[in-house]
Write a protein that binds this ligand. Structure first.
Ligand code: HPA
Length: 275
């Protein structure tokens, strides 16, 4: 048994879930803000509430329920994380990535990570999508800081194919076939919870970022650490601060994400079928 307390917690939660279900997901899907209804597409085998796992961190963000939903989608065994933990809620990064790590330990080899983002790239449109080609995450602490969990992956992790090319290509092919507006670009994770200032957006554009969000980069890193194939798909809910004169709000983010959820669900469903 590893002396690493984070790994010990993970093993404990894995064993608790194993007492509830022997379901082994192939694909883990993290649902972003406003996208929680996606789980309605799943033929549910078992639902596990985060609150069924004593001491497991619970999401407090609006629209994030805090459930693992295990079941079938497009002929594949999937696990949806309905309710994500955000760094801005005050959780350490090791808690933020705990649900994904747990799903890997239960069997998942692929992670589809979704979120709501603001567009930095002026050519992007509200209500369209971005598949991540790469990520800038150095504005937030690495989820791998601390004693390495050797059981999960190596100390130093290659980041050259953080978002698996094969999955990105599949998303783009599905999008063009189905007439869904998807750009491929660079995602930047910030801590939030405040939206960025206009000057920060100018700086981030200079760095090469196309979209900004408050989650997901660290989950992609934790997935890559564990050798998972990772795909990041973002719903563009607004243009970032200063790109237009519009003021930003959390309500608007959720409203736009809900409005385009049909296309988003289609994209993810078809991707799952083709994996
Ligand atoms: N910035 C950061 N995160 C976001 C945004 C944004 O403009 N929109 C949705 N999530």
């Amino acid at each position: 048994m590893s002396a690493n307390p984070i790994y010990e917690r993970l093993v404990h939660y894995r064993d608790l879930i194993r007492e509830i279900t022997d379901f082994e997901p192939e694909i883990a899907i993290t649902l972003g803000s406003g996208l929680g209804n996606f789980a309605d597409n799943i033929e549910v085998v078992k639902t596990v509430n985060y609150s069924d796992l004593p001491g497991f961190p619970c999401s407090t963000a609006p629209g994030h329920v805090g459930q693992f939903i295990f079941g079938m989608l497009g002929g594949k065994k999937v696990a949806c994380m309905k309710g994500r933990l955000h760094y801005y809620e005050g959780y350490p990064m090791s808690d933020v990535v705990m649900p994904l790590r747990l799903l890997k330990m239960l069997g998942a080899k692929t992670a589809i990570i979704t979120n709501a983002v603001g567009a930095i790239n002026k050519n992007y449109k509200v209500g369209s999508f971005m598949v991540s080609r790469d990520c800038i995450s150095f504005f937030v602490p690495s989820p791998l800081i601390g004693q390495n969990i050797d059981e999960l992956g190596p100390r130093f992790v290659d980041m050259s194919d953080l978002y698996t090319k094969e999955l990105r290509e599949k998303v783009k092919a599905i999008a063009s076939r189905e007439g869904i507006d998807v750009n491929e670009g660079v995602f930047v994770q910030l801590t939030g919870p405040q939206f960025e200032t206009a000057s920060e957006i100018v700086a981030l554009r200079t760095l090469g970022a196309d979209c900004a969000g408050m989650s997901s980069g660290v989950e992609a890193i934790a997935g890559a650490h564990m050798g998972m194939k990772v795909c990041g798909i973002s719903c563009i809910t607004n243009m970032c601060t200063g790109v237009t004169d519009e003021k930003l709000s959390g309500e608007e983010v959720i409203e736009v994400a809900n409005r385009v959820s049909r296309d988003f669900e289609k994209l993810i469903k078809l991707l799952v079928e083709e994996i």
